[in-house]
Design a binder for this molecule. Structure first.
Ligand SMILES: Nc1nc2c(ncn2[C@@H]2O[C@H](COP(=O)(O)OP(=O)(O)OP(=O)(O)O)[C@@H](O)[C@H]2O)c(=O)[nH]1
Ligand SMILES: [Mg+2]
Length: 240
């Protein structure tokens, strides 16, 4: 038979078919579970080359939940260091995700926070990275559901929108992620998100639709959507 026996008489074939049907983001983030810390860069000179693997970075005010979100996305409890005190992450930290062998790898980068608790040298390395990183595919800007947008967030959104506009989306795109949605009362969720979305639209019209998340404890919200978005931004989604 040219096409082989039907799957119901071939358990191996069925298994293979089931595996190939696993979505790309699950293969990369869950099935392989191969997230690995690669490097930390505290200066522009120490940013690692990493052979051009596609890359995404998370940005946001100190304490917004960048590192916590990455742990949830990478499926690890404490690969990325977090803290209740703002200012925990002090360098660009690079993590590789995907199978150890073969294609399908990408890099996620955790950044120090901006704003009142940030330091000027952290801003310098972040700006340098955004302006020079060829393999950068998407910048995620994280916004705290509980605090909404402040002046620093608006300035950052405007600046990243201008950079996205300057490269006409050919180098990287920009997407918002709303964090800590579990920290606001249920009845406030809808109006709070509407206000945040309006603020994002006013400051950064090129920003892709916000993904809403909870990442500190189960039940997580939005983590699968973030994984899908990263895989799509890195061009690792299979063609349909
Ligand atoms: N309730 C709630 N708390 C969260 C969530 N995400 C993070 N947190 C808490 O927020 C605090 C800061 O989290 P981090 O992930 O360290 O924040 P960060 O943005 O990496 O902070 P810096 O590295 O200091 O810039 C920690 O106490 C987390 O447990 C969330 O989804 N919900
Ligand atoms: Mg951090």
């Amino acid at each position: 038979m040219i096409f082989g026996p039907p799957n119901h008489v071939n358990p191996l074939g069925k298994g293979l078919r089931a595996f190939s049907a696993v979505p790309a983001h699950e293969k990369i983030f869950k099935v392989t579970n191969a997230a690995k810390f690669l490097a930390a860069a505290g200066t522009t000179y120490s940013i690692p080359k990493l052979h051009g693997l596609p890359e995404v970075i998370v940005a946001g005010r100190a304490n917004v939940g960048k590192s916590t979100l990455l742990n949830a996305v990478l499926g690890r409890r404490d690969l990325v260091h977090t803290s209740s005190k703002p200012g925990r992450t002090q360098s660009l930290n690079f993590y590789r995700v995907g199978p150890t062998f073969g294609p399908g790898k990408l890099v996620v980068v955790d950044a120090p926070g901006y704003g009142a608790r940030g330091r000027p040298e952290w801003g310098e390395i972040f700006d340098y990275y955004i302006d020079h990183r060829e393999q950068l595919r998407r910048i995620y800007i994280l916004l705290n559901a509980k605090h909404g947008l402040n002046e620093m967030d608006r300035m950052m959104l405007e600046s990243l929108n201008a950079k996205t506009h300057a490269n006409a989306g050919t180098r990287f795109s920009l997407q918002a992620i709303v964090t800590k949605v579990d920290a606001i009362p249920l009845e406030d969720v809808k109006p709070t998100l509407a206000k945040i979305r309006q603020g994002i639209w006013e400051a950064a019209p090129l920003c892709l639709p916000a993904i809403v998340t909870t990442a500190a404890k189960h039940p997580y919200i939005g983590i699968d959507a973030v994984r899908k978005s990263i895989v799509e931004a890195c061009g690792l989604q299979p063609k349909v």
